[in-house]
Design a protein around this ligand. Structure first.
Ligand SMILES: *Cc1c(COP(=O)(O)O)cnc(C)c1O
Length: 464
């Protein structure tokens, strides 16, 4: 039986002579189209062999399936999603979203030639970093600056350039794993420096550092934004370490991690020191990410004393970690927003989210609630107060008040709702909490309200 059906399956050249297929091939999509036809044929062959298909397969069916495979394959793999998780800087969802000005800068610079490494005044070769150096110095008060691909690269570059064959003294309380196998001891090994651990996990004193210092040491302080030590703890302040390093004439490096360019404390959010304040404590080198609290593109920003930055600029890793022009354009545009803090808060999406007004969140939750309830009256919905997060992998300690919509369904389990919402054309990514699916207004845009409500309605219709 199945042998007969297999024999009756249309052959490839029959499929290739179909009018619709010919048209697509003429557009230049021969490779993708033939691949899709082959996949479609394989699909039906397997269906016949496994006994799921007991009738003759028509040419139209194979071509129909091939076109749906073709369209899937032609679609972008990297695509926008709706972040309904309430985690503002979600590493898996692309961390920070760029301001409009930053997006426009990326478009302008990448669709044209540019003065990336060209000094227009002098008509000769220029430095790629010059585009952002002045603004970084102005905003941070630092002496010199350099930018690389990300902060992990920045840390590796700093240690490779300044601490090779030297002792790097780090507190045991700051031996962080930053994520994805990026651990302080591993970076040390890569950079050719020797890790000297001081203190204990919960307490490190100034004398612990001083006991280990020699003329070849480098002091490293890491801002542990990705975990919190609570209770009987003590760490040495940056300011104290700065004095100590000067007394012994050795460099102090500060891995600040998240890099807040505004003073969040002024807005009641504690635990993330702003870059400018850290510069005032006067370490020799500071590095931080471009796409965490700064709200720009993925980048590693290194600031500090000119003599150290100059050494780094000559290091071969600087070339290997070189920042791309699209990133540079986005970074410059993002930094320029900070010339006026009010502008930054208004225009940089992650800042306006972090500093979102609680009442406004509730108002927005009510609006989304009403749209969903209107389209899906049978759902069990409620508006609740909850805690949203600033960072996922990066700053789990920092939570902010938010308003969420909690969804339950008579038949669909929370896991099933979560899965279905994830499979729409623009996927909706949400979290499950207390046995309900949660849509968090902290990370959802008003423009997506109708789309979300429509998806939820479609999800319900499928069940009935
Ligand atoms: C996040 C973080 C890094 C890594 O930065 P990326 O930009 O993600 O490479 C390094 N150090 C600290 C302290 C961090 O918080």
């Amino acid at each position: 039986m199945s042998k007969e059906l297999l024999k009756k399956l249309p052959k490839m050249d029959q499929l290739l002579s179909d009018e619709k297929v010919i048209l697509e091939i003429k557009k230049g999509n021969r490779v993708m189209m033939t691949d899709a036809l082959r996949k479609s044929l394989d699909y039906f062959r397997n269906e016949i062999l496994s006994g799921n298909m007991t009738e003759e397969v028509l040419k139209e069916d194979i071509i129909g399936k091939a076109f749906s495979i073709f369209e899937d394959d032609m679609e972008m793999n990297l695509k926008p999603v709706i972040n309904a998780t309430g985690t503002i800087l979600h590493t898996n969802l692309g961390r920070s979203r760029l301001s409009k000005a930053a997006c426009e800068a990326v478009y302008n610079i990448s669709s044209s030639y540019s003065n990336l490494e060209y000094d227009i005044e002098k008509g000769e070769r220029g430095e790629r970093y010059d585009a952002v150096t002045d603004i970084i110095l102005k905003l941070t008060g630092a002496e010199s600056a350099l930018v690389v691909n990300n902060n992990a690269a920045a840390v590796l570059l700093i240690l490779s350039a300044l601490a090779k064959d030297k002792d790097v003294i780090v507190s045991r309380g700051e031996q962080v794993e930053i994520g994805g196998k990026f651990r302080v001891p591993d970076i040390m090994e890569q950079s050719g420096s020797r890790l000297v651990e001081v203190g204990t996990t919960n307490k490190t004193h100034l004398s612990d550092y001083e006991d280990k210092i020699n003329e070849n040491s480098v002091l490293l302080k890491v801002h542990t934004s990705n975990f919190k030590l609570i209770g009987f703890t003590e760490e040495v302040e940056l300011k104290e370490l700065s004095k100590l390093s000067k007394k012994h004439g050795i460099p102090l490096v500060y891995d600040l991690g998240s890099g807040a360019m505004i003073d969040f404390e002024a807005y009641g959010i504690y635990g993330e020191p702003c870059v400018r304040k850290s510069v005032e404590d006067d370490p020799d080198v500071i590095c931080f990410s471009g796409d965490k609290l700064l709200g720009g593109p993925q980048a590693g920003i290194i600031i500090g004393r000119k003599k150290y930055i100059d050494i780094m600029k000559k290091h071969p890793l600087t070339r290997a970690f070189r920042i791309d022009k699209m990133t540079l354009a986005a970074l410059e545009a993002t930094l320029k927003e900070y010339i006026d803090e009010k502008n930054a808060i208004k225009n940089i999406p992650i800042l306006s989210r972090i500093l979102a007004n609680k009442n406004e969140l509730h108002e927005r939750a009510k609006r989304l609630y009403e749209i969903i309830a209107l389209k899906s009256p049978e759902l069990n919905l409620s508006i609740e107060e909850d805690k949203g997060q600033i960072g996922g992998g990066s700053m789990p300690g920092l939570t902010i008040d938010t308003a969420v919509i909690s969804i339950n369904h008579a038949i669909l389990s929370p896991n099933e709702i979560e899965r279905r919402l994830r499979h729409f054309e623009k996927p909706i990514i949400c979290r499950i909490s207390r046995e309900s699916v949660i849509l968090d207004l902290l990370t959802i845009d008003d423009e997506d309200f109708d789309y979300i409500a429509d998806c939820i309605m479609k999800m319900n219709q499928d069940v009935k």
